[in-house]
Design a protein around this ligand. Structure first.
Ligand SMILES: [Zn+2]
Length: 254
């Protein structure tokens, strides 16, 4: 199956966040495998047994030994032109630029387990929720079958939805912080010009609130004359690289 909607709600939420984060780095991924049905697992198990080819798994469908059968794992591939030949199809599993490692790194920041960290067989495209351990042992002991797990509270009703909600809330807050730059209230041509940070300081979303970025001492910023006065202090509205925000005038040298 390739349908993300069949996955545990928390994994769906984390996948959405992951894709968004990777988008900022121009990394595009697709999903080769999400929920694996019993029939699909049986089909894999048959390879190298009743069907030709090498064996690919030791887990028959009714053993539920694959995390994919529990809806808490997904395998990604790249939709990118890694080798620069103008095509993406031949690079779905091209790790020449360590893109799989980067995806794994970002996924781990979201609390996911990455198959690339496994010691025995490294599984670079594999990601899974981490709270039930690396293997289905705990799930099997607790729920017996994926079907029962999917009807349980930890799937859709309470914790799963809550976790999904928390994940999307966290993303919304990040988005808000990025877009909620207040507009400057006043203009004074004399304030326009290039400044340098006198010390390490914060670029703020508003006068004195909401850190947008930390600027190192000596960082150049540009002010076009807009500012806001708050509690007797002047906060210049400045551009620092691609970011804009407020910095207290005292912390800048012209
Ligand atoms: Zn996998």
């Amino acid at each position: 199956m390739r349908d993300k909607k069949l996955l545990h709600p928390e994994l769906q939420a984390k996948i959405a966040l992951l894709e968004k984060e990777l988008g900022k780095e121009n990394i595009k991924i697709g999903w080769a495998e999400t929920l694996r049905t019993k029939a699909e697992q049986d089909n894999l198990y048959a390879k190298g047994r009743s069907k030709p080819g090498p064996k690919v798994t030791n887990a028959p469908g009714d053993s539920y030994r694959s995390m994919h059968q529990w809806g808490i794992a997904a395998d990604f591939y790249l939709i990118m032109d890694i080798d620069g030949d103008g095509q993406t199809k031949d690079d779905a599993y091209n790790n020449a630029k360590k893109t799989f490692n980067r995806v794994g790194q970002v996924a781990k920041k979201l609390g996911l387990e990455w198959g690339g960290d496994w010691r025995s067989i490294k599984d670079l495209p594999h990601l899974q929720l981490s709270q039930w351990g690396s293997t289905p042992t705990k799930l099997i002991a607790t729920y017996g079958t994926p079907k029962k797990f999917m009807k349980s509270a930890s799937w859709g009703t309470s914790s799963g939805k809550k976790a999904a909600g928390n994940a999307s809330k966290a993303q919304k807050n990040t988005d808000k912080a990025a877009t909620r730059i207040k507009s400057a209230q006043s203009f004074n041509k004399a304030y326009a010009g290039v400044y340098k940070a006198a010390a390490n300081c914060n670029l703020m979303a508003g006068p004195g609130t909401g850190v947008v970025a930390t600027l190192e001492k000596g960082t150049q910023v540009q002010c076009y004359g807009y500012y806001t006065k708050k509690n007797g202090k002047v906060y210049l509205f400045v551009q620092a690289g691609k970011k804009t925000g407020f910095i207290q005038k005292e912390k800048l040298n012209k």
